[in-house]
Structures are given as structure tokens and as C-alpha cells.
Write a protein that binds this ligand. Structure first.
Ligand code: E4P
Length: 217
């Protein structure tokens, strides 16, 4: 399972990279705005800064909703760095753009996916990644994890190569459940990754080992 971090915060990206388990980064316009990164040139520079920190894929989202503009924007994003994956929204022109980029060998991440039908379309169009937003489904009292299970089932039926990128992961249990369900990738905050390492028995066990060592020295 690949671990992506879902942030535009360079400090957190560095921290996750230093942990040694990071496979990539996802961003979106809201995450950029949260870090105060605004204006086209600043945003493009920020993508390159992120690519220079991590070794894996970095999703960069188009803001156009029209096919021709998406293509122009996506091609410019892909030119920025070979780690860039062009993030395309699940809309009609987005499906066309996924197919266009797939035919050109440009990697894509189909974002804002909330149903198995949308995920099936994204795979048919040749998306590299599909991003079902599990946390946002949970927010509206719908089972986000069930969507991961449904997409896994459909993709396995036809051996689609599109990778299931469980997005809108909010906490550590989401990560574990997505791993059980066979998501290829998860993207979440640093806290969702760091939560995996915590257990009170690890802390008390280590404290005892260290105390016992001190007794003998
Ligand atoms: C995915 O690529 C999105 O950036 C993200 O996971 C959205 O998460 P949120 O629902 O916590 O905003």
C-alpha cells in the first residue's frame, strides 16, 4: 500500500518524507489556499518545491473545467516535473481529458469521486489513479469505506490497472480499513500516518525495558 500525504505544507511533507514511508503527495486548491499559496506562478513554484522534497508522485490539480483549457493546463503541469500527476475532476470534460492524457502517456488522478459508476468511468478512460473521497461520504452519513470495497470489486473483475487512491482519509482507522479492503494508496494528514505507530503497550514496554537496563548499569 502506498502512503501519500494530503497537504501543501512543506514542513509536514518534509516530516513525512524523513519518516521514510512516504510515497507521494496530493494537493488541491483548498490545501494550497490554506498555506497561503495563491497566484498561478506561486502555485506552480510550490509544486516544484514539493517535488524536490519527496521522491514519489505529486498530484497537481487543474482548475479549468473545459476540455481544451484542461489539456493546456494539464500539459503545462506535467512539464513542470516528471513526478507530477495531473489531477482532473470527475466531470464530462474531465473524462475526455483523462482519455487524452492516458493516450499521451501523461499520468492522471481522477478526483472528486463519490460513486462506483464514476470510478468505472475513470478506469475506462485510463486514469492512473482514482480518488474516492471517503471522509466526505462519512460526513454525510454514507459509508465511505463501502465505496472502496465496491471499486476494488469492480476493478478486480476486469483487471483494471487504475490504482484506487483512498482520499479524504481523516484518521488512522481509515488507513487500516483501507488497507484491509485493498486500496492501492491512501492519502491523509500526517496525523493519520503517525497514529499507526502508537500503542500504549509499546510505550509502557519500552519504559520498562529502559528502566530495567538502568538497574543493571
Ligand atoms: C484528495 O486528493 C483530496 O485532496 C483530499 O483527500 C480531500 O480531503 P478532505 O475531504 O479532508 O478535504
Amino acid at each position: 500500500m502506498k502512503f501519500f500525504i494530503d497537504t501543501a505544507n512543506l514542513g509536514q511533507i518534509r516530516e513525512a518524507q524523513e519518516l521514510g514511508v512516504l510515497d507521494g503527495v496530493t494537493t488541491n486548491p483548498s490545501l494550497m489556499a490554506k498555506e497561503g499559496i495563491t497566484g498561478k506562478n506561486n502555485i506552480l513554484k510550490h509544486y516544484v518545491d514539493i517535488c524536490n522534497i519527496v521522491e514519489g508522485d505529486v498530484s497537481a490539480e487543474v482548475i479549468s473545467t473545459d476540455f481544451d483549457e484542461m489539456i493546456k493546463e494539464g500539459e503545462a503541469l506535467a512539464e513542470l516535473h516528471d513526478q507530477i500527476v495531473v489531477k482532473i475532476p470527475m466531470i464530462k470534460d474531465g473524462v475526455k481529458a483523462l482519455k487524452y492524457f492516458s493516450d499521451k502517456g501523461i499520468r492522471t488522478n481522477c478526483t472528486l469521486v463519490f460513486s462506483p459508476g464514476q470510478a468505472l468511468l475513470a478506469a475506462k478512460a485510463g486514469a492512473t489513479y482514482v480518488s474516492p473521497f471517503i471522509g466526505r461520504l462519512d460526513d454525510i452519513s454514507t459509508d465511505g469505506l463501502n465505496l472502496i470495497a465496491e471499486i476494488r470489486h469492480i476493478y478486480d473483475n476486469y483487471s483494471f490497472e487504475t490504482q484506487i487512491l483512498a482520499a479524504s482519509v481523516r484518521h488512522t482507522m481509515h488507513v487500516i480499513d483501507c488497507a484491509k479492503l485493498g486500496a492501492d494508496v491512501m492519502t491523509g494528514p500526517l496525523s493519520s500516518i503517525e497514529g499507526l505507530l502508537r500503542h500504549p503497550l509499546t510505550d509502557s514496554g519500552l519504559a520498562k525495558f529502559l528502566a530495567d537496563y538502568q538497574k543493571g548499569n
